[in-house]
Design a protein around this ligand. Sequence first.
Ligand SMILES: [Zn+2]
Length: 184
Amino acid sequence: MVSVLQEELIQNPNTMVNKAEIERKVDEILRNNEANSIPVDPVTLANRLGIKIHNAEFSDGSLSGMISKRGDNIMILVNRQDSDTRKRFTIAHELGHHFLHLMEEDGEFVDDTMNLFRQQLPDGEQRSSKRKEVEANKFAAALLMPKRLVKKEFERNNDLTYLAWRFGVSEASMGYRINELGLN
Ligand SMILES: [Zn+2]
């Protein structure tokens, strides 16, 4: 059987999103930070890493968050008007940029609603520039809904509303994750 990862590799090696690698990385981060209970708290994790988080008033209302790194000075801003659930996802997404895209270099990512809901790569020229956004979303989903813990909880109670509440995510995110993990 050809895995999803292999299929992506065959289709387009240059713009591949390496899901297995992201899952492995998140697993390692959760273990290193003893974040084994749910809901996973991305704020606590960020603080342990020395990353400051601020609620911000964005002049552009479509913005959800951003991360900026200048040497050891790393800061995440989240839209103060968003719901707590939404803020958790935004912070997890920005942590994805931190671990996947800003380890070796300074820089920043500014995220609007489109970026945060992007699950699939678009066709055409935007494809490679949006790869990092898809990766950050995969990271966020894996961080807030760790594979092992979702499987365990799903066996106890597979109600979507319950699971979304238990993990502190939206029902849409949880539904997507359950599908992705092949639980239903
Ligand atoms: Zn992003």
